[in-house]
Ligand binder design. Structure first.
Ligand SMILES: NC(=O)c1ccc[n+]([C@@H]2O[C@H](COP(=O)([O-])OP(=O)(O)OC[C@H]3O[C@@H](n4cnc5c(N)ncnc54)[C@H](OP(=O)(O)O)[C@@H]3O)[C@@H](O)[C@H]2O)c1
Length: 335
C-alpha cells in the first residue's frame, strides 16, 4: 500500500510517499481503508521531535523524555504520522463483534499514529465509532482527537450549564471542540485565538472572540467560572482576577509550577488550578457522533491535500494561515 513516511526528523520535506507493507488485522482488529486524516498538533511535533526544545514542549520535562522514548531520540521510531482518520472497514478479525465490513468509521490512534496511509488496523474496542451520516470523510476525520480530549478535559473542569467559560486556544484541535461542547453544555463561551482565525472561532458558535495579539483577556475586567488554557500560554497568577470566587483554571498543557499550584489550591483558597490529562473513552466518540447528527457539533475544513502532498499540507499549517482543519485525503487511485 502507499503511505507517507519519514525516516528522519525535520521540516515538512522529510515526508514522502512510499510503498509499505499493507497491515493485516489480528483477530480483535478491523482493517480500515483510510479516506482522510487531518494534520494535527501531534503530527507537526512528532515530525520534528528531535528539534523540539524543553521550552517549546508544553508539558513537564519527564514527559518530554517519555515522548522521546515513543517518537525516537535521533531517528523517528514511528514512521507514519496521523493520529486520527475516517474511512471504511475493509475486513474484520474473527473475534470482532462491534463493527463489520463496509462500516464507515472515524477513529483516534493516539501516539501509535499511522493514518497517513491507505490502510490501518485498530482494535474494535479502541477509540472508534461509526462516521456521522451527515459528515464527509474529511469532516469526520477532523473530529476524534479534539472531541475526545475536550470531552474528558471539560469534565475535569466540572463545566456546568450557565457557567461563563473562556477558552484560550479556541481555534486549535482541542479548543475548537471544547468551545462547541461548552456551548452545548449551556455555558456562555469566550474564545481566544490569533487574528486570522477570529471568523472561524465565531462560526463555531463563540459568544465572544478575543484576538490575543490585540487584547489581553486578563486585563478587560471580565470574570469567568472556568478558564481553559489549552497551550498554557497564560498563568494562574495573571488569571486570578479574571476568575470568579470559586473559579477553575484548567490547563491541558502545563509545567511543574502549575502542578504545585494545583496541589496548593486543593487546600487553600476558593479558586482551583487543575492540570488535567485527558482519558480516552470510546463511548465519548460515540456520544459526539450523536451530537453531530443532531446538528450540535461540526468540523470546518479549510484545505484538503492529496496523500502525495502531505508535506505541502504540513507547510500550510505551519504558515499560520489556516482557518479551520487541514486534511490529507487518500484517493486509492490504484483501486
Ligand atoms: N492534557 C492532555 O491530556 C493533552 C492531550 C492532548 C494534547 N495536549 C496538549 O495540548 C496542546 C495541543 O493542543 P491542540 O492540539 O489544540 O493544539 P493546536 O491545534 O496547535 O492549537 C493551539 C491553540 O493555541 C493557540 N495559541 C497559540 N499561541 C497562543 C498564544 N500566545 N496565546 C493564546 N493562544 C495561543 C492557537 O491559536 P491560533 O492558532 O489562532 O494562533 C490555537 O488555538 C499541546 O501542548 C499538547 O501537549 C494535552
Amino acid at each position: 500500500m502507499q503511505a507517507v513516511v519519514y525516516t528522519e526528523f525535520g521540516p515538512p520535506d522529510v515526508l514522502h510517499l512510499a510503498e509499505v507493507q499493507k497491515p493485516v488485522p489480528k483477530d480483535n482488529e478491523v482493517l480500515i481503508r483510510v479516506s482522510a486524516a487531518p494534520v494535527s498538533y501531534g503530527d507537526l511535533a512528532a515530525r520534528n521531535f528531535k528539534n523540539i526544545s524543553a521550552g517549546e514542549f508544553h508539558m513537564p520535562l519527564p514527559l518530554l523524555f517519555a515522548s522521546r522514548m515513543v517518537f525516537g531520540f535521533n531517528k523517528p521510531k514511528i514512521n507514519i504520522l496521523g493520529s486520527e482518520f475516517a474511512g471504511e472497514i475493509e475486513s474484520a478479525g474473527k473475534d470482532v463483534k462491534l463493527f463489520k465490513e463496509g462500516d464507515q468509521v472515524m477513529g483516534y490512534l493516539g501516539q501509535r499514529m499511522g493514518a497517513y496511509a491507505e490502510y490501518l488496523c485498530m482494535p474494535e474496542d479502541g477509540s472508534l465509532a461509526l462516521k456521522p451520516a451527515n459528515m464527509t470523510y474529511a469532516e469526520a476525520a477532523a473530529v476524534p482527537y479534539g472531541a475526545i480530549m475536550a470531552t474528558s478535559l471539560l469534565r475535569k473542569g466540572n463545566i456546568q450549564s450557565g457557567h461563563k467559560v473562556l477558552i484560550n486556544g479556541a481555534s486549535g484541535g482541542i479548543g475548537s471542540a471544547a468551545l462547541q461542547l461548552a456551548r452545548y453544555y449551556g455555558a456562555e463561551v469566550t474564545g481566544v485565538c490569533g487574528t486570522p482565525r477570529i471568523e472561524y472561532v465565531k462560526s463555531l458558535g463563540a459568544d465572544r472572540v478575543i484576538d490575543y495579539t490585540i487584547e489581553d483577556f486578563t486585563q478587560n475586567g471580565e470574570t469567568y467560572d472556568l478558564i481553559f488554557d489549552v497551550l498554557g500560554m497564560s498563568s494562574f497568577s495573571r488569571c486570578k482576577n479574571s476568575l470568579k470566587q470559586n473559579g477553575i483554571y484548567l490547563l491541558a498543557s502545563f509545567k511543574m509550577k502549575p502542578l504545585f499550584q494545583m496541589l496548593w489550591t486543593t487546600v487553600a483558597g476558593s479558586q482551583k488550578v487543575i492540570c488535567a490529562m485527558a482519558s480516552e473513552k470510546s463511548e465519548d466518540l460515540v456520544s459526539i457522533k450523536e451530537l453531530i447528527e443532531a446538528g450540535k457539533f461540526k468540523s470546518i475544513i479549510d484545505q484538503c491535500y492529496p496523500l502525495e502532498q502531505a508535506a505541502e499540507a504540513h507547510r500550510y499549517v505551519e504558515s499560520g494561515l489556516k482557518k479551520g482543519q487541514v486534511v490529507i485525503t487518500v484517493g486509492h487511485n490504484n483501486k
